[in-house]
Design a binder for this molecule. Structure first.
Ligand code: NAD
Length: 270
């Protein structure tokens, strides 16, 4: 069901890799709510070809951008503005990658070269995006930017490895840039801290299935699905949430504020 929440709005969606991606679901939801979109991903991800399916479903052009490249970022925002004939109203940053995790390195033994790459892709990229948009004046007044994060930024989840540090940095950039963008352009910037969902990035975390079941049992509402996350992002892009900025917003079925549940206690008694 559509509420036309984003009627007439223009947005850029980063990070739709395949139909499991949170960004993929969010693109579909924003389209359903009336938005016009530009889709983007790293050239290597585009070569897998899946994104073209999404592009035809939502009628959007696909512009490549490796988020670690200043040049790519500038090109993406410039081309998007040309495409829309002006600025955009919202942007989804749905990007994460841990090089150390991929290489099987544990947190206590990370390679710092890999770590720099991880932080650049997963966190500094938000700064690069916002700084480039700020210079180009690419986001319209009262625009909205959402980046996806995880509660490992606040609490320890051992297998989340260096991504915990990346998410902490991402949330800090959200607050710091949120100040300047709010003050000067009335643009709001928030992170959404999502429940675990089975995607390419999610499944890269060691012991993911057990961990997802645990989160399900620890959340009064159960784990939030990617479709529910997409719907929440659409509300944050809409005009109904204009004064929400610099926040880390938990979208996790209550997991973040639950100490323990009876379901988990009964497991421990076995
Ligand atoms: N899946 C989960 O359990 C979960 C939970 C909370 C938060 N998140 C966050 O949601 C976001 C989206 O992840 P997802 O779970 O949909 O997985 P996904 O694997 O579908 O998406 C990750 C995306 O990052 C992109 N990416 C990687 N390197 C890039 C680069 N250099 N330039 C541009 N794009 C690049 C990938 O191509 C991919 O599209 C991530 O920030 C992730 O940390 C995921």
């Amino acid at each position: 069901m559509s509420y036309n929440l984003l009627k007439g709005k223009k947005g850029i969606i980063f990070g739709a890799l395949d139909d499991k991606s949170i960004a993929w679901k969010t693109a579909l939801k924003c389209h359903e709510e009336g938005a016009s979109l530009v889709l983007t991903n790293a050239p290597v991800a585009l070569r897998m070809g899946e994104i073209n399916k999404l592009a035809s479903l939502v009628g959007a052009p696909v512009i490549p951008c490796d988020v670690t490249s200043n040049e790519d970022m500038l090109n993406l925002l410039t081309k998007s503005m040309e495409h829309f004939g002006g600025g955009v109203d919202f942007i989804l940053h749905s990007i994460g990658m841990s090089v150390n995790m991929r290489k099987g390195k544990s947190y206590t033994e990370i390679d710092y070269g890999f770590n720099q790459k991880t932080l650049d892709i997963s966190a500094t990229s938000l700064h690069r995006l916002l700084a480039t948009a700020y210079k180009l004046d690419a986001i319209n007044e009262w625009g909205s930017v959402v980046a996806l994060t995880y509660i490992a930024a606040q609490r320890v989840f051992p297998n989340y490895n260096e991504m915990a540090d990346a998410k902490a940095l991402l949330e800090s950039i959200t607050r710091s840039f949120g100040y300047y963008y709010g003050l000067n352009k009335h643009v709001r910037i928030n992170t959404v801290s999502q429940s675990p969902v089975r995607t390419t990035a999610g499944s890269g975390v060691k012991g993911f299935d057990g961990f997802m079941n645990y989160a399900e049992k620890m959340s009064p509402l159960g784990n939030a699905s990617s479709e529910a996350c997409a719907a929440y992002c659409a509300t944050l892009f809409s005009d109904l949430t204009r004064f929400v900025t610099m926040q880390n917003l938990f979208h996790d079925g209550g997991f973040s504020l639950t100490g323990v549940t009876e379901a988990v206690i009964s497991q421990m008694e076995k």
